[in-house]
Design a binder for this molecule. Sequence first.
Ligand code: SF4
Length: 80
Amino acid sequence: MADDELPKPEPKEIDEKLSIQLRHLLEDATLKGKPYGEEKCDNCLYYSEVDQKISYCWHPKLRILVGAEWWCQWWEKIEE
Ligand code: SF4
């Protein structure tokens, strides 16, 4: 039955390239997977949908999906 087995999934070249690009992006932003005190993505100006656990960050240097509890150096207060 070995002939019927599907090949084991493996990352492709594009995945390695994207992984490196995204890693550099994270380092530039000092993006962390946890809040910085009271500051976190879901109370940041750039977080698109505050009621979602994952949402689009529209900061011009990021433009990626981020988690509600993440944080980066470009955090900005939402003005009332
Ligand atoms: S700018 Fe930074 S803190 Fe604000 S939503 Fe984007 S990643 Fe999160």
